[in-house]
Write a protein that binds this ligand. Structure first.
Ligand code: ADP
Ligand code: MG
Length: 352
């Protein structure tokens, strides 16, 4: 594996010594099924699931080394955990409960068995944390990097499902948690990698635990889906934030045939994120709007639900939906309006 500042070396057992079937057998031995709907897991030609009259939701996300992750600062255990989380996040964004995953891996021979064990440690940790079963997958060799493709399967009553296209004019736009942290975590990791390459200096990550965790060990917002259920609020539309708030808000707008007004001063930004953005000479608002990988939930609710969500510390009301003719608008702290775009926010990018 590549020499990086964040790596620890240990024992090395060649994958070839175990073989594909040996690897699968070892893996299957660690897996325990907890979901009643999982009728058969690893070990036959296909897994068997009983949705018991519910609708099933199915989603897949692929992570490619060098495109989506960099192993010089991403520990394999975290990578496994994150690969599961990004998929579960999509299931929660449908207001459904994730129940099963399958994992397809393309592995190059530079990875020893110990590396695959670490990866699965993260995958299985996420499975147990979210109560999801690993019910199958595929394993093959890769001539270059590592590729992880995960499919998540969830279930919901048909009437509970929330789509992107259900927002109505004058609905409130709400986001969970805070934004821009994962992006700033990535900036710090990239900076420390450069410093290590150029000078051999060990990484200085002090004081940035929160945003590093946002990048390296994100969580899917199961708690928000549960909270909304408890508050008896059913969103009219919902999406998870993988590519950045601006991009996801525009997805809701286009799917629902509406415009949107988002208020800069309402955007939830953690102080650590804010400070890191300043240190990098970036505008915190731009990071919150376009950073990506936050895996928060963005949703719309009817105005009549305002009282139920207004004081909740996990939820921020950041704007409202308008008719399509009013377009996609960002309102700054002075009341000025800007076009909300999916990439960058030119007027503010250069601000010190
Ligand atoms: P087939 O040749 O019929 O596709 P495989 O030999 O690829 O079957 O897989 C055997 C069993 O192991 C199947 O149940 C499959 O879902 C499971 N499996 C294979 N690779 C993985 C993996 N990387 N993670 C989890 N399960 C796997
Ligand atoms: Mg197969």
């Amino acid at each position: 594996m590549s020499e990086g500042p964040f790596e620890t070396s240990s024992q090395r057992t060649e994958l070839a010594s175990l073989g594909e079937f040996g690897l699968i057998e070892r893996l299957a031995a660690q897996v325990e099924l907890v979901q009643p709907s999982s009728k058969f897991g690893i070990g036959d030609d296909a897994a068997v699931i009983d949705p018991s009259g519910l609708h099933q939701v199915i989603t897949n996300d692929m992570l490619v080394e060098g495109v989506h992750f960099d192993l010089s600062y991403m520990p394999l255990k975290h990578l496994g955990y994150k690969a599961v989380v990004v998929n579960l996040s999509d299931v929660y964004a449908m207001n459904a409960e994730p129940r099963q995953i399958t994992v397809a891996l393309a592995i190059s021979s530079r990875f020893p068995v110990e590396a695959i064990d670490e990866l699965y440690e993260g995958i299985l940790l996420a499975c147990s944390h979210y109560g999801v079963d690993l019910v199958g997958g595929d394993t093959c060799s890769s001539t270059s990097g590592l590729i992880i493709s995960i499919t998540a399967i969830g279930a919901a009553k048909p009437e509970d499902l929330v789509y992107r296209n259900g927002a109505k004019e004058s609905d409130l736009l709400v986001v969970s948690g805070d934004l821009g942290g994962a992006y700033m975590g990535l900036q710090i990791l990239e900076r420390e990698k450069m410093v290590f390459k150029e000078t051999g200096t060990q990484p200085d990550l002090e004081g940035n635990d929160y945003i590093l965790e946002r990048q390296l060990k994100p969580e899917a917002r199961r708690d928000i889906v549960e909270l909304l259920r408890k508050l008896e609020v059913k969103p009219t539309s919902m999406i998870d934030i993988s590519d950045g708030l601006a991009s996801e808000a525009l997805h809701i707008c286009r799917a629902s045939g509406l415009g949107v007004r988002i208020y800069d001063e309402k955007l939830p930004i953690d102080p650590t994120t804010y400070q890191a953005a300043r240190d990098f000479d970036l505008d915190p608002t731009t990071c919150a709007l376009n950073g990506g990988e936050d895996y928060e939930l963005l949703f719309t609710i009817a105005q009549s639900d305002f009282e139920k969500v207004k004081a909740n510390p996990s939820l921020s009301i950041i704007g409202h939906m308008t008719n399509a003719a009013q377009g996609y608008v960002l309102v700054d702290r002075q009341g000025g309006t800007h076009a909300l775009k999916a990439q960058g926010w030119d007027a503010f990018l250069a601000k010190g």
